[in-house]
Ligand binder design. Structure first.
Ligand code: TMP
Ligand code: ASP
Length: 238
């Protein structure tokens, strides 16, 4: 399989075409942004850590019968994925109140959310990812009500899998973001699941081990991402 020209370059990842029309190469870069691109930086090895964390989590989900776009690693920070038709919906699952939900609603930082809260946003930085409801999603032609119901159900199953996997590794997952796409007539998980797209807290100290370190200048991002990678993929960590 041969990597070809760039299909799309986002804030933290670049997607390349390949000589197989059904496959793409997704490169995890060291660049990162926050607040819809307003804050920018680059951290050595960030792309590598996010790639191996995503690979492990996609593998875990596949073992649990969740369909994902992941195929195999192409290099240390690149993975081969299925070419799926992206659904422009960011699905956020929250177990503990943190981040924007604390700003927007009268939740207290650290408050458990039981049952978990699922929010779907329209993926559009210029509009600051406005929240969707079923009618708006259908009217925009993003996804049908049936598809959204299936996505919500899958997101909650993924949440249970992640909580059980992370708990013995001393990690809490207050929230995370998923993106889905269409592959033929099925809906599969796309994008990444990494320290850029999840909140991870150390179970004991409740310290952030994720992109909040960059968003809120809370310390050394590379060592936090390394720590998550060490706990999730001890055997491959370089
Ligand atoms: P929030 O609290 O800022 O809304 O973020 C909720 C979760 O979604 C958090 O785990 C980080 C993740 N996230 C992304 O992956 N991409 C984004 O653009 C934003 C705003 C959040
Ligand atoms: N991914 C978004 C941005 O780049 C926001 C965030 O993760 O905080 O700007």
């Amino acid at each position: 399989m041969k990597k070809m020209e760039i299909l799309n370059s986002g804030k933290a990842k670049t997607v390349y075409k390949t000589d197989d029309p059904d496959l793409l190469v997704m490169e995890f870069r060291n660049s990162l942004t926050a607040f819809d691109g307003a804050k920018k930086s680059s951290v050595p090895k960030k792309g590598y850590y996010n790639a191996i964390i995503s690979k492990r989590i996609f593998g875990l989900l596949e073992e649990n019968n969740i369909k994902t776009h992941y195929k195999y690693m192409f290099s240390d920070n690149e993975m081969v994925v299925d070419a799926i038709e992206i659904i422009l919906v960011e699905v956020i699952v929250r177990n503990i109140a943190a981040g924007s939900i604390v700003k927007k609603y009268p939740f207290k930082q650290g408050q458990p959310l039981e049952p978990p809260v699922v929010v779907m946003d329209y993926k559009d930085d210029e509009r600051h990812d406005p929240m969707l409801n079923e009618d708006i999603a259908a009217a925009l032609g993003l996804a049908t009500k049936e598809e959204l119901a299936q996505i919500r159900k899958t997101a909650l199953i993924i949440n249970d899998i992640l909580i059980s996997f992370l708990e013995p590794r001393g990690l809490l997952i207050p929230d995370f973001k998923l993106e889905f796409g269409r592959r033929g007539n099925e809906i599969v998980l796309g994008d990444e699941i990494s320290c850029d797209t999840c909140r991870f807290w150390d179970k004991q100290t409740k310290n952030s081990l994720d992109k909040d370190i960059f968003r809120f200048d809370k310390g050394d991002l590379a060592s936090a991402y390394h720590e998550v990678a060490r706990r999730i993929v001890p055997e491959v960590i370089k």
